[in-house]
Design a protein around this ligand. Sequence first.
Ligand SMILES: NC(=O)c1ccc[n+]([C@@H]2O[C@H](COP(=O)([O-])OP(=O)(O)OC[C@H]3O[C@@H](n4cnc5c(N)ncnc54)[C@H](O)[C@@H]3O)[C@@H](O)[C@H]2O)c1
Length: 418
Amino acid sequence: MKKLVVVGQGYVGLPLALEAVSAGYDVIGYDVDVRRVKRLATADSYVEDISDGRLGEALASGHYRPTYDEADCSGYDVAVITVPTPLKDGTPDLSFVEAASRSLGARLERGACVILESTTYPGTTEELVRPILEESSGLLAGRDFHLGYSPERIDPGNSRYTLLNTPKVVSGIDAASLAAVSEFYGSIVERTVPVSGTREAEMVKLMENTFRHVNIALVNELAMFAADLGIDIWEALDAASTKPFGFMRFNPGPGVGGHCLPVDPSYLAWDVKRRVGTAFRFVELANDVNDHMPEYVVRRLTLALNQLGQSVNGRRILLIGLAYKPNTSDARESPALVVAERLLALGAKVRAVEPYVDADWLELPIALVELTAREVEAADAVVILTDHSNLDYDLITSHARYVLDTRHRISGRSVEHL
Ligand SMILES: NC(=O)c1ccc[n+]([C@@H]2O[C@H](COP(=O)([O-])OP(=O)(O)OC[C@H]3O[C@@H](n4cnc5c(N)ncnc54)[C@H](O)[C@@H]3O)[C@@H](O)[C@H]2O)c1
């Protein structure tokens, strides 16, 4: 049985680890977060796509072992790095990838295969990971071990497209590495898509996310103009979406969040600036529009309250959803938090209905409450920011005095859309 180490047991690493167990690997789930590892060891999942039951089965099989002890990573055949790649002061922070590479390099053996999955700028696998692995192991990539990159396409909360049935782009630093990386993923997912080099594979992920980021910005800007022009952007979108070719629907909203969209395009922009000396103008523009959206939501709410003869100061505002997208507990970079922060700064009493995000995680003085008729009636305004599907929206429609719905989830006399 082959030994796999997955470095980082988060939204990306944990699902991969468990699928690999099902595919017949002996899996070490290595993470530096002791609290997370302890939760995993007691079958307490913090990734909503992974049920406690599924985690429990993997643990019971004896082929999945979560650990924070680096020594457990020794003797691996394949290792995959799925650690965070955030921005620090607007520039890529690769410190987690570097640390993970050092951990694996120290335990690298001849014939093993190391794969980077973390989203990053083109060149990272060859220029950053490779030298660290070679230096800490004394081995040579290509000659002694295989090295490759495979972008992650996981979409938390999406039950239709999972790790298994989403084609997986694979690459290697040479033909033998590509073969090793393809063989590994080929044993887990339904379809692999080989590309000729790691830089192309790194580019794939950034291209996909920049595409989304730019198109969301486009529709957000259109939504703002449409509101000023008295045009129903949602109706126009519904109609445009009937075109069977040449149009892809993106919806306006309160901004972009999560680990990917607000971050990844800036990795590419940083790289382009560094290597080519040119600004990636689409990304700069999209950042500008999308970053502005929470402010726009607050302005729309302020105007609406003003029309009712009220100010934001002292008003009780009920926010629906704080996660960055529906049906996930991930609130990293969530625009809903920026909206909440701005409203608090203006003196509003902010409460929120958020069934998924852990209250301990929130740093803002927001009361997390249940969605009840009383709660809705007591609010001066309700703002739908994330439309989780397990909430009773009829209750909001029938009891709210005023609703600003940024997701076009409900309609009614007291409801305004973005
Ligand atoms: N979440 C997504 O939907 C998604 C989708 C595609 C790609 N990605 C990319 O995948 C990567 C991981 O994202 P994620 O959402 O799984 O992050 P995450 O924060 O959920 O998980 C990362 C884990 O890595 C651990 N970690 C950090 N440094 C470590 C180290 N040196 N050794 C071992 N463990 C370490 C952290 O403690 C954490 O548990 C990022 O590059 C992200 O951009 C994420």
